[in-house]
Design a protein. Structure first.
Ligand SMILES: C[S@@+](CC[C@H](N)C(=O)[O-])C[C@H]1O[C@@H](n2cnc3c(N)ncnc32)[C@H](O)[C@@H]1O
Length: 279
């Protein structure tokens, strides 16, 4: 049972004309210097997780994609990380997401960057994957599990669609020891659609699915200085000219500040892991 009947995860994310707004924001920032629309120039607008493209760099350092790999991005949002990885590493990436408007935006931005052939978009749920067994070499998921209530089903689905020996990299906020986080947060307006597991629960969930742990890190203390610096900039300078406000509205400022406050107070942790399906 959901915590609050009728509240849907995707209601927090959906809005109209996302790709149009993003491309207009980019054009307006670039002015007369407008060049091609690339995953690099879109990065401040389409990597929807704390610390933006820097966090994607770090996740890819764990995942180590290779040319020709078949990758799956679970909860791929509007496709920023998928385009960035496909263009940089020569992989095919399938981005699956629950929010229909995010999927449409991902398709439009794939077309705008000329990447429609190497980035696929599938609307669906990470707990009910429409792919055959062993369909992917690598799977990743950035800041999505907080929206997933049935986490054992999620990890079991990932295990099924990975080939033997394939790896799964993920990052997520987890439950801290000091109580509920401060809402609203970037992934949920309130607790009805936020499902946080402790570090120990996450470790037990992935192990129960059959994965071997390669890396399992609580990076909260390491990442807090970056989060604090982001808060300082938001408080002193306001939102950056190009940022996630185009996707989520200007309220994103307060949502990001709530993340920092919650992490500082021990109400959120930051978990990153690389796990492997035994060969
Ligand atoms: C914070 S955003 C992160 C988007 C993307 N991973 C990124 O880093 O840019 C969370 C995303 O998870 C998606 N999501 C939430 N629950 C999901 C589920 N059960 N299956 C697939 N996607 C889901 C949301 O629609 C949203 O796009």
């Amino acid at each position: 049972m959901s915590k609050q009947a009728g509240v849907k995860v995707q209601d927090h994310y959906s809005s109209d004309d996302i790709a149009t707004r993003i491309l207009a924001a980019l054009r307006s920032a670039q002015g007369d210097d407008a060049g091609p629309v690339t995953p690099e120039v879109l990065a401040p607008l389409d990597h929807f997780h704390g610390r933006g493209v820097k966090a994607t760099h770090e996740m890819v350092a764990h995942l180590r994609p290779e040319p020709g790999d078949r990758l799956l991005d679970l909860g791929g949002g509007i496709g920023g990380p998928a385009r960035w990885i496909a263009a940089r590493f020569g992989c095919h990436v399938t981005s699956l997401d629950l929010t229909p408007e995010f999927c449409r935006a991902a398709e439009e931005l794939n077309a705008a960057t000329g990447l429609s052939d190497c980035v696929g978009v599938v609307e669906g749920s990470a707990t009910d994957l429409p792919f055959s067994e062993a369909a992917f070499d690598r799977v990743y998921s950035q800041n999505v599990a907080m929206n997933i209530e049935y986490k054992r089903r999620f990890y079991a689905e990932v295990f099924c669609v990975l080939r033997p020996g394939g790896v799964f990299a993920f990052s997520q906020y987890g439950a801290g020891p000091c109580g509920e986080p401060h809402y609203p947060l970037p992934w949920a307006a309130g607790p009805a659609t936020s499902f946080l597991s402790s570090t120990e629960e996450t470790r037990a969930d992935v192990t129960a699915a059959g994965f071997d742990l390669v890396k399992f890190l609580d990076r909260t203390q390491e990442i807090l200085p970056d989060l604090r610096e982001n808060r300082r900039r938001l408080q002193e300078q306001g939102l950056p000219p190009l940022g996630l406000q185009t996707l989520m509205g200007e309220g994103i400022r307060d949502l990001q500040i709530n993340v920092v406050r919650s992490a500082e107070e021990g109400r959120l942790t930051i978990i990153e892991a690389l796990v492997r399906k035994p060969a």
